[in-house]
Design a protein around this ligand. Structure first.
Ligand SMILES: [Zn+2]
Ligand SMILES: [Zn+2]
Length: 195
């Protein structure tokens, strides 16, 4: 599957956004009481997110931007949760329609020609809904929704996009969750052998 560079970047942004949601955190990873933390709990976190993903032209961010981005995050999660295009399509359509997209060719900052979907002056939530919504639309069109995954490690709910050739990726990260389960399986086998 050939995924254009910009779509790939937009998918990275969706994944990172989803992984700020408290429900993406393993139970007990948050405060001592075990309440999972929202990675987008305040406006400072939203500025951080915008900077991390080089979301340009978002201007000054307010409480209403934070709530709108959290709402978009919930909508992305619903799209991620289904492999069924019949379910995903209307969700993607509603998301994109609400964002008021204005496709524009751009070659800014030395990138090749690509299409920006967000309307000029769009709020950060509309910017995300338009560009990331179109990236998800691309995945639906390509029949590749199966690649939108959640980590299979028992105590991890992180979202990721499986870009492996044979769609075989199971963990959010081979370094953390994949390796952790590897070690656990190895220890279990040794214990059994020693038992
Ligand atoms: Zn661009
Ligand atoms: Zn994981």
């Amino acid at each position: 599957m050939l995924i254009p560079h910009d779509t790939r970047i937009a998918l990275d942004t969706v994944v990172d956004l989803l992984n700020t949601a408290p429900e993406s955190e393993p139970p007990g990873s948050g405060q001592p009481e075990g309440e999972p933390i929202d990675g987008l709990a305040d406006i400072a976190a939203l500025y951080d997110f915008a900077q991390r993903h080089r979301i340009s032209g978002v201007g000054e961010l307010h409480e209403k931007d934070l709530r709108a981005v959290q709402d978009v995050r919930t909508r992305f999660a619903a799209i991620f949760a289904t492999d069924d295009a019949q379910i995903a399509a209307p969700l993607v359509n509603a998301l994109i329609a609400a964002a008021g997209t204005t496709p524009q060719l751009s070659d800014h900052d030395g990138y090749d020609w690509h299409v920006h979907y967000f309307a000029p002056g769009a709020s950060i939530a509309d910017h995300l809904a338009a560009d990331c919504g179109m990236a998800l639309a691309f995945i639906v069109v390509a029949g590749e929704q199966e690649r939108l995954r959640r980590c299979e490690a028992p105590d991890c709910r992180h979202a990721f996009v499986d870009l492996s050739r044979n769609r075989s990726r199971r963990y959010c990260s081979s370094r953390t969750c994949g390796n952790r389960l590897h070690v656990a399986a190895y220890r279990a086998r040794r214990k059994e052998a020693a038992g």
